[in-house]
Design a protein around this ligand. Sequence first.
Ligand code: PMP
Length: 429
Amino acid sequence: MTMTNDLDERYRSVFPSWLSPLYAEPISIERGEGSYVWDLEGERYLDFFGGVLTTMIGHNQPDVTAAVQAQAAKVMHTSTLYLNQPMIELAEEIAEVSGIPDARVFFTASGSEANDTALLLATSYRKSNQVLAMRNSYHGRSFTTQAITSHSSWSSTSTSGLDVHFVQGGYRLRSPFRDLDDDAFTQACCDDLEQILDMTSAGSVAALIAEPIQGVGGFAIPPDGFFGQFQKILQNRDILFISDEVQTGWGRTGEHFWGYQAHGVTPDILTFAKGVGNGAGLAGVVARADVMDTIKVASFSTFGGNPLAAAAGLATLRHVRANDLQTNAKRMGERLRNGLHAGIGDVPWIGEVRGRGLMLAIETVHDDSLHPDPSKALAIAEGCKARGLLVGKGGLYGNVVRMAPMLNSTESEIDEGVAALVATIEAIA
Ligand code: PMP
């Protein structure tokens, strides 16, 4: 029995059945360096998923490791009862890059809590429990964020007390809007939004929450400007726009720092998590002061903005900005996409290769239709693993292979990943 087999048995007897590792034979990661990780048996893997888009600038990144070590040696936790320098510096930098005027920042420990807070703010501000979310969305695993998650494999409840309506948008390949061009698609979704608003008690909806690119939903990318058209409708009715940047923030989409920037909108509230601390538990909310200050009672998050996570966040943010990593993400994303198009573009069961920056997806379908084929996505994930490459999976039908290499990936790492993907897909074909 290998050390990993032993851990697997112990894992299954102590964790819930719904917390299942990705592979039939799980990998147990022991250490990482840059874009690579090593398992307990010493096997090396190129990491194209970064622990679900979280290890943003590489494993054991020297700046982040040094910042965390130095902070741990000083003080790890203080709570928000006291001031701490890293938390304040990080909040200042996030407020500056957020693009939100008169921004206030609140730190939490997870993306779910950040979205919970955004909903708390919006519903309190507008004094309404009606919320709009997008079809095929994922916003977290807390009670309220499950209610705005439109995804039966990820959402276990919708009884949060929020009154939620789901709007068309995002995922397009298998929808009535499949054959529409970008403008017609955007118009059709705007019509859907207006109709939903007309059907609800008009004027009393608090907010719309959306991911600029749907992450768990399979990297579904709406046309540029899509949310700009939405926001016109929302502003007419005084409805807040919440941008869930948990996957799309920090330069991940290339070119822009936030996903919302492709849409010509300024959100009233934005939420961030995952990559912000390059793996340290750090998340939060940015909102205009008038929206943030709608909460009048004392409120805090024990772990939110703790000095250890804030030190990791500061080092990560400064590294991304100093090295213009969003531009690298755009270039490397194009290289990955071009490599895949050239290598597997004519495989009949590949429905689509799509992406923005370093958020790329391969959608697998049955040959003669666009019907989802999740077995092929799983076969790709397993085949890549056998070739030393880690990718993710997702999509409403589980038929999307997701890739999110580090923002500082090199050309040779991207080419190595493309070679493994192409060889895997050829072997399946
Ligand atoms: N929003 C989005 C877009 C996400 O992808 C996720 C996590 N996959 C969350 C929110 C929830 O974040 P967390 O798991 O940190 O609670």
